[in-house]
Design a protein. Structure first.
Lengths: 55, 163
């Protein structure tokens, strides 16, 4: 019974944390903005992603 | 860190690498991770292109390949910067920035917007851009009328500043 409660508690905590955590955006070559016509048009393009660091 | 989504039919990865190398001294030591000069590759092809471009950049900058401090490493988790870092040049144009902020639902959408990116590039580079092309492009953006008006005003301001 005690073990079942612990497992249930852990699952519930994980579910709450997962729900609260904001999904992190990924650099996946997809443009998400689609509000303006040009955005909607470019959102259909299959982009590649390049990532750089510049000091 | 900057993440660029590009259309490979229009622009090659190698072109971006060339711009990247020309924007910094490759023998400059990276003092902190936050400001390090680095190519973060996404796949094997990008890795090979980056390594190839490193040798070319070293030769162009007159340093040996072994002196190059710029890092070439696999890309990790990319996290968007805070809203006030996004589309930085637009912050000089408060009225335009305000309209864009109202237009997009989230900061991420604004950061991801092609329209906002183009406006940032145009307004940030001042007279280096061809404003005649900009004026021609405007109707294609499909922007709200108030934004188009504000942009026309900004374009005139830029032209006046250049005089």
């Amino acid at each position: 019974m005690k073990i079942r409660l612990i497992i249930l508690g852990a699952v519930a905590s994980w579910a709450v944390m997962a729900g609260l955590a904001e999904p992190l955006p990924k650099a996946d070559g997809k443009v998400s903005a689609t509000i303006l016509p040009l955005d909607a048009k470019t959102a259909k393009v299959k982009y590649e992603t390049a990532t750089f660091g510049l000091g | 860190m900057i993440s660029i989504d590009f259309d490979p039919k229009v622009l090659k990865y190698e072109d971006l690498l060339e711009i990247f190398w020309s924007a910094h001294r490759c023998d400059q030591i990276n003092t902190s991770r936050q400001y390090m000069n680095a190519v973060f590759f996404h796949d094997e092809a990008q890795k090979k292109a980056a390594e190839k471009s490193k040798a070319a950049a070293a030769a162009k900058q007159g340093v040996g390949v072994e002196e190059v401090q710029t890092t070439i490493a696999p890309v990790g988790k990319f996290t968007y910067a805070e809203g006030y870092h996004q589309k930085y040049y637009l912050t000089r144009f408060g009225d335009i920035r305000d309209i864009l902020t109202r237009t997009y639902k989230t900061e991420k959408e604004l950061a991801d917007s092609t329209v906002a990116t183009r406006l940032n590039a145009y307004l940030g580079s001042g007279m280096k851009r061809d404003w005649a092309v900009f004026i021609k492009e405007l109707p294609d953006y499909g922007m709200p009328e108030e934004l188009e008006k504000a942009l026309s005003k900004a374009a005139v301001r830029m032209l006046d500043e250049a005089k």
